[in-house]
Design a protein around this ligand. Sequence first.
Ligand code: GLV
Ligand code: GLV
Length: 340
Amino acid sequence: MTRNIARWKVFVTRALPGDAIGRLRARAEVEVWPRERPPRRTELMTRLERVDAILSMLNDPLDAAAIAAAANLKVISNYAVGFDNVDLDAATRAGIPVGHTPGVVTDATADLAFALLLASARRLTEGDRELHGVRRHNWGPQTLLGTDVAGATIGIIGWGRIGQAMARRAAGFAMKILYLKRPSQRGAVPGASGLEARAVSLDRLLEESDFVSIHAPLRPETRHMIGVKEFARMKPGAILVNSARGPIVDQKALVLALKSGRLGGAGLDVTDPEPIRRDDPLLKFPNVVITPHIGTASRATRERMTAMAVDNILAVMDGRAPRWCANPDVKLRPRSPRRE
Ligand code: GLV
Ligand code: GLV
């Protein structure tokens, strides 16, 4: 019996490292967006209307309107641990599982966060810029004086996988560790054993920390959770590190805290918006280190993310839920392929 069943159509919104896309091509019609810039809204929408699966990036907004237009869509596979670019409720209502890539991103992201902490504390980029910018630089006993890391207190906001990986690094640098569970986390947090760390309230964390590092997901309850009031509570001279999502910090309040000199500096891998605008006031502060959202950007990590994102699509193609699913309670949309 010939069953005239069309192969799945899959849209991959950027070229990805590794060879896992080959496994997808073996079973589906795959279109890979060839450019570095994300597809524009209209470009995204025309594809969403006809594909069975999308492998999306954190800067592809899949809001309710996009999901409503995606009549054939059976799975969203997001190339990130975070999924704040996807309207999860809309996807769940439409019967679309949302895959993501937790676990493999943990160490790379914590490494980058700790690099930002060290770079801010010891004014790495300021020194680097000086050497690139002037012909001669004299060593001086008061030049580029920074902040000690050993013995300092770090306050970790978000005690998930990445927050705890940050804590392990901090422990290696003899820091005292305070942490705040995610607002959505309840009860005991698994995996925290073996670390000397104290759970505290947000106020306490802000008051006692020399470094405050954010490792929480962006949710309605974490949006702007660090604002004017919170900066005012921080120790004078404290340093903020954000490798999670830009909008968790009220960026106007951050600029004010830097302007007033209350904040000693900031190490940011994420901003609001991204990419940061050329004229953003944050770029004017010498004591702000900014990287372009590269927390997971090690070759091996990105290749593992590709494999997981592909596996999440193949699972749904085979009638199962994605192995790594952000909305595990979703009732899958009938997945018989379109007949042509
Ligand atoms: C990166 O920001 C991720 O969510 O994986
Ligand atoms: C610094 O380089 C020192 O020798 O103290």
